[in-house]
Write a protein of this length. Structure first.
Length: 88
């Protein structure tokens, strides 16, 4: 089971690494691209524990248009996204 979780986690990180500056994906889109369309909550949990600056988890937002959480603070997420040119 642990291998399956790590495999999904690695797929999530691979998807998120490809999100270009100034663009965002939803947690649901990341889950779909990682091969598990219903695992959008798991995507959020995985990204919440990420502290690797090479993985731009701030570029993943909620489906309802809200930015969602960020382990370095929600206000910081908004600030970074605006700096990258994302309209919020």
């Amino acid at each position: 089971m642990k291998d399956k979780i790590n495999n999904f986690k690695n797929k999530v990180f691979a998807v998120v690494k490809k999100i270009p500056k100034g663009k965002v994906l939803t947690y649901k889109e990341v889950a779909r691209q990682a091969g598990s369309p219903g695992a959008f909550r798991a995507v959020g949990n995985i990204l919440n524990k990420n502290y690797d600056p090479k993985i731009p988890c701030h570029r993943v937002v909620r489906s309802d248009g809200k930015t969602g959480g960020y382990n370095r603070g929600a206000a910081n997420k908004i600030k970074i996204l605006k700096k990258e040119g994302v309209k919020i």
